[in-house]
Design a protein around this ligand. Structure first.
Ligand code: RNT
Ligand code: ZN
Length: 435
């Protein structure tokens, strides 16, 4: 089909779908526009398997992170990475931000490579290229300190390390990164989420679970101290827990309970990564519990398969349930949404697009729910009717509304984006030899 035919088919399909939703009291037009406006932060680390630019060819992510696969075309520098993100942005509908890790600093000359600046000495100027690019694109930036893939994290401990010198190094890194986030926010006129995740833990049974957690509290207090002068309205601080990691199977210092307590006690946000809980535990049930006490939280949308495997996000039950909960609780505005996965076994740009489109679909799907009707049925004790309506919603013409959202956003509806990615792979990714 040529473009105009596709367009006509989308419009026709949408008209019928709009009527079907209207019959249930749902305003599809309003849902579509609201769904477009929810910012989704695109993680830069899917493009290069969490390698970063510190030194060419340096081993990829450590600290329990593992990108598996060797699909050709990994981005090797900032320009390639930003080019991949451009390609993604051209094919995903809605508002996006970009999420950068400290290892993506460009510290050298014109090529961005060169002089190595250690993590404790990073400054906003080392991210000038990211800021310039984001400004040109009208994107907000988010930021993350990198507490892994570094000699001072070689034994899997950073902010909870027994050696005060090592802790001091990582504290300095944490503060430096908050300053960078603040600078990004100023430069772009949009507050930056700065999310802290550390790998600290132990592979086997620890004799002492208390000491590392005490030290972590002290280190975090130093990072988040008022004396740093970081403006909290620009640098939105979040802390990310984990249940276990590769090499920290028996004990993780920054567990969920630890960070939930810390964040509530100190007025920070928690980050819920969908891969960081027991496989039978669901993140969607935590939202109304945490947001009863916290102002906002950060969501790392990820897809764990048997473990925290960081597969590309799909439009699956878990992701749908998260956004349904947020819509039902009128809490979409109290959550910052970020993608977090790294799959090196498939075309990396397509992996981005699949995940970003899946999240936007889930937002739209949730907004198309007849919330008032479901709520009324529940309140009237009509459990069967409620369940039946929930079931019926699954076979509504959702795809027709999604296609219209894409059309309005100026990106290909349905699977129309894949040929573009295939062309990009042929013209650009395939030229990246030795990556
Ligand atoms: C690790 C955390 C963390 C990282 C990124 C790279 O388990 O999920 O968010 O994935 O910071
Ligand atoms: Zn995460």
């Amino acid at each position: 089909m040529v473009a105009t035919e596709v367009e006509r088919a989308v419009r026709e399909g949408y008209e019928r779908a709009r009527e079907a939703y209207a019959a249930l009291g749902v305003d599809a037009d309003a849902a579509l526009e609201r769904a477009r406006a929810v910012p989704v932060s695109l993680h830069c680390w899917q493009a290069d398997d969490v390698t970063g630019f510190e030194a060419a060819g340096e081993a990829a992510a450590s600290g329990g992170l593992l990108a598996t696969g060797s699909y050709p075309g990994r981005a090797r520098n900032g320009d390639e990475l930003r080019s991949d993100l451009e390609q993604v942005l051209a094919l995903v509908p809605g508002v996006h931000r970009a999420n950068v890790h400290a290892i993506y600093a460009e510290t050298g000359g014109p090529s961005g490579a060169g002089r190595r600046v250690d993590r404790d000495a990073l400054e906003p100027k080392h991210f000038a290229r990211w800021m310039d690019w984001a400004k040109g694109r009208g994107l907000g930036l988010d930021f993350n300190p990198t507490f892994f893939a570094h000699p001072k994290a070689a034994d899997g401990l950073t902010l909870s390390h027994p050696d005060s010198g090592i802790r001091a190094f990582w504290i300095a890194h944490g503060i430096a990164c908050r300053r960078i986030g603040e600078a990004m926010a100023r430069a772009l006129g949009s507050p930056a989420v700065v999310n802290l995740w550390i790998p600290d833990g132990s592979k086997d049974l620890p004799a002492d679970r208390w000491g590392p957690r005490r030290r972590l509290v002290e280190s975090l207090d130093a990072i988040y101290a008022d004396s740093t002068g970081v403006d909290r309205s620009l640098c939105l601080d979040a802390v990310e827990s984990k249940l276990f990691g590769l090499g920290s199977e028996a004990y993780v210092v920054g567990s969920h309970e630890f960070y939930l307590g810390y964040a509530l006690a100190r007025g920070l946000a928690v980050c819920l990564d969908m891969g960081h809980f027991h496989p039978t535990e669901t993140v969607h049930d935590k939202l109304s519990a945490i947001l009863a006490f916290a102002d906002w939280l950060l969501l790392h949308v990820s897809r764990p398969v048997r473990w925290d495997s960081d597969h590309a996000v799909l439009f699956d039950d878990d992701v749908r349930a998260v956004f349904q909960e947020l819509v039902r609780g009128e809490a979409l505005g109290r959550v910052k949404v970020a993608l977090d996965y790294f799959d090196a076994s498939i075309n990396r740009v397509a992996a981005y697009i699949i995940g970003a489109r899946a999240v936007r679909k889930a937002v739209l799907y949730a907004l198309l729910e007849p919330g008032d009707r479901l709520g009324a049925l529940e309140a009237e004790g009509k459990g069967a009717q409620k369940l039946a309506l929930m079931e019926e919603m699954k076979t509504m013409p959702f795809g027709a509304v999604w296609n219209m959202l894409c059309l309005r956003a100026g990106v290909p509806p349905a699977g129309g984006w894949m040929p573009k990615v295939e062309a990009y792979e042929k013209d650009v990714l395939a030229m990246r030899r030795g990556s």
